[in-house]
Design a protein around this ligand. Structure first.
Ligand code: SF4
Ligand code: SF4
Length: 336
């Protein structure tokens, strides 16, 4: 088995940074964020997870789709140059799975050009989780803290060394830059404190569409949208044309189903005009609509939505409560 010492890890990252944009967990004020690093000493190795997931390096908060220029013979559209190769170091298994879920949306037919280019130009180096936060529940949605299936290289810490697993050819190419030695060791994955029952959720959701439960649960929600913006799987966006530095650009920006304006139609009617209907959409997208299309939940159990909600709306409690209601009440309506 290949081993990499902690000391050699930073040397490896320095070599990678010579011809890639290296994006890694860094300390920004009081939080950990994935940011491009100029000096590998800035890379944080000992952290549970970042506040924002690395999804923004594929699907940025604001993304220029193309610039628009009027020419004598018409209009010219220029896409951005996204040729730069990048390496995301330290991604956790839950966030890597979230990217796979986003792939289904953005790389379908037709594929999204910006997302596809960034994805093709990125190599993911995963760090298996040796410790979990109290809000983590990845194992309840089919992910293990040491899952290597969604990254190109997986590192598992054993003492002062890392076991190195090259998962893809792209990953193996990158590992050639590392000073590794042969060694043995056993990685002990994080033990999660909480298990959330997640079986049959689509069926349960179908039976709970018209429940008052959603209005009651959303009463204290104040539509801040933090849950959506921090979620590594949420992918709703808006598109608008804006002048930036004297240049007309078509921009794509993150949007949120928790916004009162998100569903407002021309003429003013809003089919999701209540907080309850909007909160319900968050859960229905993740546990009914996406699974109906792709056969899996749109949640990786990272717990960001619950640990950052200012009014403690807890997805684990919500799922348990919906299940309880469905066990005690007759189905009231089919979801539409
Ligand atoms: S984070 Fe909490 S308060 Fe904010 S929109 Fe989400 S559920 Fe509502
Ligand atoms: S719904 Fe919550 S727990 Fe699930 S992936 Fe999104 S932020 Fe993480």
């Amino acid at each position: 088995m290949q081993m990499l010492s902690k000391q050699n890890l930073r040397g490896w990252l320095s070599r990678i940074a010579k011809d890639h944009r290296l994006i890694a967990p860094t300390q920004v004020s009081r939080v950990i964020l994935f940011r491009p690093v100029a000096d590998v000493e800035q890379v944080i190795l000992d952290y549970v997870n970042s506040v924002l997931s690395p999804k923004e390096w594929f699907f940025p908060r604001t993304d220029t789709l193309f610039t628009i220029e009027r020419k004598e013979d018409g209009v010219e559209l220029t896409p951005p140059n996204l040729d730069q190769k990048q390496v995301i170091f330290g991604i956790r298994p839950c966030d890597a799975r979230a990217i796979k879920k986003q792939d289904k949306v953005f790389l379908g037919d037709p594929p999204d050009a910006n997302y596809g280019q960034r994805r093709a130009n990125t190599t993911l180096i995963g760090l298996a989780c040796a410790q979990a936060a109290p809000w983590c529940f990845c194992t309840s949605v089919g992910i293990q803290p040491d899952d290597a299936g969604d990254v190109d290289v997986m590192l598992k810490q054993v003492g002062d060394n890392y076991l190195v697993e090259s998962v893809t050819e792209k990953g193996a190419e990158l590992v050639k830059l590392a000073t590794v030695s042969e060694g043995e060791g056993t990685f002990v994955p994080a033990k999660l404190e909480v298990a959330v029952p997640t079986e049959n959720l689509p069926e349960i959701m179908r039976s709970a569409f018209k429940e008052e439960f959603w209005d009651q649960a959303a009463e204290r929600c104040f539509s801040c949208k933090i849950c959506v913006y921090l979620c590594p799987t949420c992918h709703c966006f808006d598109v608008r044309d804006v002048y930036v530095d004297g240049q007309l650009q078509r921009l794509r920006t993150w949007d949120s189903c928790q916004s009162p304006q998100y569903n407002r139609l021309a003429g003013g009617y809003n089919p999701r005009g209540t907080k309850g209907a909007r909160l319900r959409q968050f859960y229905y997208h993740k546990f009914l609509y996406y699974p109906e299309k792709w056969g899996e939940y749109l949640c990786v159990g990272c717990g960001r939505c619950l640990s950052n909600c200012p009014v403690n709306i807890d997805i684990r409690e919500m799922l348990t409560a919906v299940r309880k209601r469905s066990a005690t009440k007759e189905p009231v309506a089919e979801a539409v």
